[in-house]
Design a protein around this ligand. Structure first.
Ligand SMILES: C[S@@+](CC[C@H](N)C(=O)[O-])C[C@H]1O[C@@H](n2cnc3c(N)ncnc32)[C@H](O)[C@@H]1O
Length: 292
């Protein structure tokens, strides 16, 4: 079977440079504004296509080493090309943050933007890993998204996907069960409410500061939202459907986003929080995980 252009894009999470301008890119300067100018080492977790590392290396000449950890080989390859001009000031490691590697790294700053929800429900593994690698006085700068959710734990992108599935003939009430049957955890469940996340962070860090803004996504047409969805969520949701209808699913997601844009003047709006965290001393037996 030949894949449609969007299915191909979703498979490799392609087109992120363009798609991330709609939402995720706004985290970058928000976070980098809080990196101390004298920081010598920075680690970016879930570094994607290397945009934050590139901006940090450009902006902070004192940065001797900027390291990215990322799971997707396609994104690592795109990041490697982007960071080539920085030579050995930039390094990339392929890593799964749900089982963080035992790398001999310490950092003055660790950043993680638009990633934490993908690590649910084992976020404590990466949180312990970060705490153990921050240099004295170092900060962990983390962004977290908090869409409202319904009684089934669905909200944000889950809602748009539910609208698309309904248009394709799935009963609205059957959508939570369809997700569960395919092991698709709603993103609005993964994101955790801000208070619950604050409690989890408090086991590893002192919250020095936090700020909130709203992330609003607007598009010019259905095709742009289809592209944004494929670049951001890949085929995460599409797997609930048979391969033969996935191309139509992506088009339906584009239409659902565009319908919202016309009705509400935007596709979505949700609070995003930026946390500035400093490490708490590890309690005995409180390590991230064996080998971390
Ligand atoms: C929405 S993108 C954010 C990328 C970048 N940090 C930004 O702010 O634009 C989420 C990134 O997290 C990566 N990711 C998701 N789960 C991961 C895991 N378990 N380990 C490592 N990276 C992961 C994805 O491959 C993707 O590049």
């Amino acid at each position: 079977m030949t894949l449609s252009e969007t299915e191909d894009q979703a498979r490799v999470l392609g087109g992120y440079d363009d798609a991330s301008r709609l939402r995720q890119v706004h985290d970058r300067d928000w976070v980098l504004d809080r990196v101390p100018a004298e920081a010598g080492t920075l680690i970016d977790l879930g570094s994607g296509i290397g945009q934050l590392l590139e901006a940090a290396l450009t902006r902070y000449p004192a940065l001797r080493l900027a390291a990215g950890l990322e799971r997707s080989e396609h994104r690592i390859a795109e990041a490697a090309a982007r960071l080539r001009p920085f030579g050995d000031r930039a390094v990339l490691h392929r890593a799964d943050l749900t089982a963080p590697p035992a790398l001999p790294l310490t950092a003055d700053a660790v950043t993680m933007t638009s990633v934490l929800h993908w690590l649910y429900p084992v976020e404590e593994r990466v949180l312990g890993w970060v705490r153990d690698r921050l240099a004295p006085g170092g900060s962990f700068l983390l962004t977290s998204y908090h869409p409202a959710r319904d009684d089934h734990g669905l909200g944000g992108e889950d809602d748009i996907v539910r609208e698309a599935l309904t248009e394709l003939g799935v009963e609205r009430a059957a959508v939570p069960g369809l997700f569960a049957a395919h092991g698709v955890l709603p993103i609005a469940t993964r994101t955790r409410p801000a208070g619950e996340l604050g409690d989890l962070l408090g086991r590893f860090f002192t919250v020095e500061d936090s700020w909130e803004r709203r992330a609003e996504v607007s598009v010019r047409d259905a095709a742009q939202y289809e592209h944004f969805h494929a670049a951001t969520f890949g085929d995460y949701y599409a797997t609930v459907l048979e391969p033969t209808v996935r191309a139509e699913f992506f088009r339906a997601v584009g239409r659902a986003g565009w319908a919202r844009q016309r009705e509400r003047g935007r596709v979505s709006s949700m609070p995003v929080r930026l946390w500035r965290l400093s490490p708490r001393t590890a309690e005995p037996g409180d390590s991230a995980q064996p080998g971390a």
